[in-house]
Structures are given as C-alpha cells and as structure tokens.
Design a protein around this ligand. Structure first.
Ligand code: FES
Length: 103
C-alpha cells in the first residue's frame, strides 16, 4: 500500500540540488529542479553508490562514481554505464512542505 509521507521543508533542498531522505530503512533522493520537486531511489543502479553527492544538471542527476546519468523526472537511464532506470516516487508540496508517496 502506498502512502504520502512528510519528508522535509521545500527550503531544505537548495535549487538544482538534492538531499538524502531516509524512511523505513530505505534511502531516497529528493531533488529541487527548475521543473519542481522529485524523488527517486538514492542508490545508483550501476553499482552500490549513493547519488547523494551527484551533480544535478537541469532535470538530470549524474552519478559521482562513473558519471552515469538519469532523468530525474522519469528515472530513465540516459548514458553509459547505467542501463537500468532509477525508481521514481510521486511528490507533492503543501504549505512549503514536501511529501513523497512511498510503498
Ligand atoms: S556507480 Fe553510478 S555510474 Fe557507476
């Protein structure tokens, strides 16, 4: 069953950046992009590398280890060496607070 969970204040994430958010023992990446707020899994699908220190370029996240890129909105793997898409999660903003639909 999926549920909306409060994650953080929108102000907690700098523009064109991401933060790590942990919920129920799982890590998520929360992004503030020019197109809005998005959520994906925190771990790269290539190897065991957190995207936490990755680079946000427009609506793309670049993995800090080998430079693989994903579309933040769709999770689609965009460039080698990543071939498996990132899982994404719906988000919503209410009164300056960010909620993520998990599960
Ligand atoms: S671990 Fe992310 S691109 Fe290799």
């Amino acid at each position: 069953m999926s549920e909306w969970v409060h994650a953080c204040a929108t102000d907690d994430i700098d523009e064109e950046d991401l933060i790590r958010w942990n919920h129920n023992g799982k890590g998520y990446a929360l992004y503030n992009t020019e197109k809005g707020f998005y959520a994906t899994d925190i771990m790269c699908t290539h190897e065991e590398q957190s995207l936490e220190d990755g680079l946000v370029i427009d609506c793309i996240i670049e993995c800090p280890l080998h430079g693989g890129r994903f579309d933040i909105i769709t999770g689609k793997a965009l460039s080698e060496p990543v071939y498996v898409d990132l899982k994404t999660y719906p988000t919503k903003v209410e009164d300056g607070e960010l909620f993520v639909q998990v599960g």
